[in-house]
Design a protein around this ligand. Structure first.
Ligand code: NAI
Length: 336
């Protein structure tokens, strides 16, 4: 199939070309660096499929342009599909494929890396030691063993976070409308969300972004936290209200924040903006706190995950070409 690949970085090309070659499918991949939006959608004209990433815009307007220009399949290189107008896609007869599981370990391990770095202040220690400053003031951490950790969303990623944190000797509490039997086997337990918020020293978010989870962590939720709690978000930015988090940091209610995602990240992440003025005041304010650690949506970025993402993306495209439906269609798997 002819595929227009949006938001391409050199690493995407490397892994997609590798998967295309390995599969022997012979898809024609046309790489575009720019994001997909209403101004760039026409560039996919004549391509049966477009391949998109998390910050590409797939609202009604973009989908209408794509469909009018011959696109039949949206192949997402992501698990999340909150950036797609599913109703519009259905009306326009567009197929949507996604990568439901590529390496839940990659994101789970990154969430735990944020917890460990924030706690033991590895990012500060690294900078200090390079400058010959070996003082320990300001680097005091806490033992993870015996702490109470909360996992919101115990799907593929959340359950792995629970497993790793149990390995550290944490008590694990969880919240999810669909309870996973594995949690009990790991020695964790489900509790109502308010209890989780009140009991936990560390809370890690692993639910998808849906109307229900939008700003799940808002002012009310923060008011219920144990004082000084650590919040980790590697799910989607808008699950957390960044302004409420800033207020929580200022009051001391929130003790630490680790983010791999941010509500307005599409204007920031995956780009080198080091020579530019960042105009997002909320993001800049977040970066000023000594107890905030932000990474630019890199949870998925391991060799294993990238290989799996590219492989499943190519399989989705091949299945659509041969059987008229992607291997992992979004509609079938839609939950909650
Ligand atoms: P999954 O679908 O396996 O699990 C999500 C879980 O969240 C499900 O068990 C679901 O029942 C639960 N959930 C839904 N609504 C909830 C609510 N209101 N409260 C608590 N739990 C709720 O998804 P998976 O693979 O574990 O991914 C989770 C999220 O992680 C994705 O939706 C995506 O947004 C994000 N993600 C981030 C990446 C990164 O690079 N930072 C990469 C991949 C995914």
């Amino acid at each position: 199939m002819k595929v227009a690949v949006f938001s391409t970085r050199p690493y995407d090309r490397e892994f997609l070309d590798g998967a295309n070659e390995l599969s022997g499918s012979g898809h024609e991949l046309f790489y575009l660096e720019m994001r997909l939006n209403s101004h760039t959608a026409h560039l996919a004209a004549g391509h049966d499929c477009i391949c998109a990433f998390v910050n590409d815009q797939l609202g009604r307007k973009e989908l209408e342009i794509l469909a009018a220009n011959g696109t039949r399949l949206i192949a997402l290189r992501s698990a999340g599909f909150n950036n797609v107008d599913l109703d519009a896609a259905r009306e326009l007869g567009l197929g949507i494929g996604r990568v439901p599981a590529y390496s839940p370990d990659a994101i789970a391990e990154h969430a735990v890396a944020l917890i460990l770095s924030l706690n033991r202040k590895i990012h500060k220690a690294y900078a200090r030691v390079r400058e010959g400053n070996f003082a320990l003031e300001g680097l005091l951490g806490f033992d993870l063993k015996g702490k109470v950790a909360g996992v919101i969303g115990t799907g593929k990623i959340g359950i792995n976070v629970a497993r790793i944190l149990r390995g550290f000797g944490c008590e694990v509490l969880a919240s999810d409308p669909f309870e996973a039997p594995e949690l009990g086997a790991l020695g964790g337990r489900y509790v109502p969300i308010d209890e989780l918020l009140a009991q936990c020293d560390i809370i890690s978010l692993h639910c998808p972004l849906t109307p229900t989870t939008h700003h799940l962590i808002d002012r009310d939720a923060i008011a219920k936290l144990k004082s000084g709690a650590m919040l980790i978000n590697t799910s989607r930015g808008a699950v957390m209200d960044a302004r409420a988090v800033i207020a929580g940091l200022k009051s001391g209610k929130v003790g630490y924040v680790g983010l791999d995602v941010y509500e307005e990240e599409e204007d920031l992440f995956f780009e080198d903006l080091s020579e530019q003025v960042i105009r997002d005041d909320v993001f800049v304010r977040l970066m000023t706190f000594p107890n905030v650690l932000i990474t630019g949506h890199q949870g998925f970025f391991t060799r294993e995950a990238m290989t799996a993402i590219a492989g499943t993306t190519i399989s989705n495209i091949t299945a659509f070409e041969k059987e008229g439906a992607p291997l992992y269609p979004v509609q079938v798997e839609r939950r909650g």
